[in-house]
Design a protein around this ligand. Structure first.
Ligand SMILES: [Zn+2]
Length: 159
């Protein structure tokens, strides 16, 4: 079921919208190397009619399948928007899509869910990442050693 609200009913009273929408329907174009919207987005919304707009308030909740940007471990990240609030105009450039009597709130909800996603998902605040310290040091030593080998090769040429 998609996030549609009957504008004719809305003229009489506010409407409660509770349910969930598949992430594939909410954000079909979403692509990220480290995140996948694989779980439905649950919503609990109250929709009220204002003069030339609808006021939508409530909360959104989902889980996002992530890969840690430091250690590449897979984990499930809870994403929640507790104070969702949107005044969506019914006319003009910023208007939400209206089909007959129904206004579609999907684009509005998508935007807030995407804004709630982290730029670099981390499995935990203390994640130390992939490389243990010993390996990193070994790499440094080798990098410092290389110019020396180049010089000695040059010395050999001169001889
Ligand atoms: Zn990690």
């Amino acid at each position: 079921m998609s996030l549609k609200v009957n504008l004719r009913l809305l003229e009489k009273e506010s409407i409660q919208l509770d349910g969930d929408v598949p992430a594939s329907e909410l954000a079909p174009d979403f692509q990220d190397e480290l995140m996948r919207l694989a779980h439905p987005v649950e919503y609990e919304l109250t929709v009220e009619r204002q003069s030339e707009a609808v006021l939508v308030t409530g909360s959104l909740r989902t889980h996002v399948e992530c890969e840690c940007s430091r250690c590449l471990k897979g984990f499930l990240l809870p994403v929640q928007v507790d104070d969702f609030s949107l005044l969506a105009p019914l006319e003009g450039e910023e208007a939400i899509p209206v089909d007959g009597d129904f206004a579609d709130l999907t684009p509005a909800v998508r935007e807030d869910i995407l804004l709630a996603l982290p730029t670099n998902p981390l499995c935990g605040p203390d994640c130390r990442g992939l490389k243990p310290k010993g390996q990193a040091r070994e790499l440094q030593v080798r990098e410092q050693a290389e110019p020396n080998t180049a010089w000695s090769a040059l010395d050999n040429l001169k001889l």
